[in-house]
Design a protein. Sequence first.
Length: 59
Amino acid sequence: MPRLVDDETFENVQRRFVINKRLGAKSKAEIDAQGEEAPDYWLTGRMYCRKYGAPMEGG
């Protein structure tokens, strides 16, 4: 099977996984517990800006 990403991209993603694990993504149960305060954008806090490393948020 052909490779989908180069080694550098793969290593960058692996590093991001480690960072995300330390920060702790919210589980569905944690989001559900927020009730009306739950985010409308499910990927908020789970995607990060490649250039600045900041979490991306829905607007």
